[in-house]
Ligand binder design. Structure first.
Ligand code: HEM
Ligand SMILES: CC(C)=CCC/C(C)=C/CC/C(C)=C/COP(=O)(O)OP(=O)(O)O
Length: 312
């Protein structure tokens, strides 16, 4: 599994000195597991879990242990995948300003410890999910395999469709949450998967535009590096437009949700099209990236809010 372009050890620098970095172990761990991405993925996992309760007429109180196992198991599987992703990318992360302070680069944690942590955390996560349903554990293992093997080790460094491949993994957490309650899934579960699958490309391509020079220096064939900004902006707008009709399939969540969902999607599309008239592509890409995070949070939290049992 070793990466041929591996830095033998990040624990010492060129003259054998261990680089010292003013950062706590906690900061290193948070950076290693990509805590920001985990937190957001747990929102979509919980939305899947909650809507499965809603559509099967089950009560949260009767499933609070399953809830804890689902959230813990999913967090562990994603954390394990992110740790191994960082371990594998230790040769390119020093080149990119965004990733050069990770412990896999600075050497504040040993690479063997990081590799062991990644494998054990991943395995623990799948085992914990097995205590919910086998299907939830299988979805977790699938998402891990796509992220670590098909995205990180295979497509990320070779093809511009790496983002599409990675999107299969990022769209899995809502299915983990749903399958923990209802292993057979329902149409609504597939719609959650599709929203996440489509959302990730504009989310990431906006970031890839901002970090184009970093990715170019690291030799990563992200779309803006290979095909430039105009093609990337067109792809972003097409993907955002594809999000527009999806809430129709969640009409059973009621008119308040539909109005909010359409407004969110239409707003993102208008901002996307505005990008063809803006002079500052970097400012536009920043707006699109920030909008993507708010879109995700509001959309999935609203799915829970509109299905809360009243009175609370
Ligand atoms: C193809 C799939 C995806 C790619 C390539 C991708 C890529 C990235 C990258 C490179 C960053 C910057 C992280 C950093 O600078 O450390 C980021 C940030 C972020 N991503 Fe994504 N991401 C993807 C999917 C997702 C998914 C599925 C979620 C949540 C459900 C998500 C949520 C976030 C959040 C919340 C941030 C900002 C917080 C942070 O920087 O830690 N991403 N993404
Ligand atoms: C069940 C399961 C494991 C789901 C995966 C959820 C998840 C981590 C989604 C994000 C996918 C992704 C491609 C992140 C960016 O990695 P990157 O290597 O491009 O980011 P980097 O450059 O910041 O390291």
């Amino acid at each position: 599994m070793d990466n041929p372009r591996t830095v033998e050890s990040a624990s010492t620098d060129m003259i054998g000195q261990t680089p010292v970095r003013e950062s706590s172990m906690l900061a290193d761990i948070k950076s290693l597991i990509k805590v920001g991405i985990i937190n957001s993925n747990l929102i979509t996992t919980f939305a899947g879990f909650w809507l499965a309760l809603h559509f099967t007429g089950s009560s949260f109180i009767d499933h609070w242990v399953t809830f804890l196992l689902t959230m813990a198991g999913t967090a562990l599987v994603i954390a394990g995948g992110c740790i191994i992703n960082n371990w594998y990318d230790r040769d390119i992360d020093p080149i990119m300003s965004r990733t050069k302070n990770r412990p896999t680069v600075t050497g504040t944690m040993s690479l063997s410890l990081i590799k062991g942590l990644g494998i054990s955390t991943s395995l623990l996560g799948v085992v914990v999910l097995l205590f919910t349903t086998v299907e939830a554990a299988l979805f977790g293992a699938f998402g891990w395999f796509v992220y670590v093997v098909l995205y990180t080790m295979w497509s990320k460094r070779r093809y511009t469709i790496n983002t599409v491949i990675g999107s299969f993994s990022g769209a899995v957490p809502p299915l983990i949450g749903w399958a923990a309650i209802d292993p057979g899934l329902q149409l609504e579960a597939i719609i959650l998967f599709l929203i996440m699958f489509i959302w990730q490309t504009p989310h990431f391509l906006a970031l890839a535009m901002k970090k184009k020079e970093d990715y170019k220096a690291a030799g990563i064939p992200m779309l803006p590096v290979v095909h430039g900004f105009e093609m990337t902006k067109r792809q972003i707008v097409i993907y955002v437009a594809c999000l527009l009709p999806l809430p129709i399939y969640l009409a059973s969540l009621g008119s308040i949700f539909l109005i909010i969902a359409f407004t969110l999607s239409a707003g993102w599309l208008v901002l996307g099209i505005y990008g063809f008239f803006m002079k500052d592509d970097y400012k536009w890409a920043t707006w699109m990236f920030v909008y993507s995070l708010n879109y995700l949070t509001i959309m999935f939290l609203m799915m829970v809010v509109v299905t809360l049992p009243f009175p609370f």
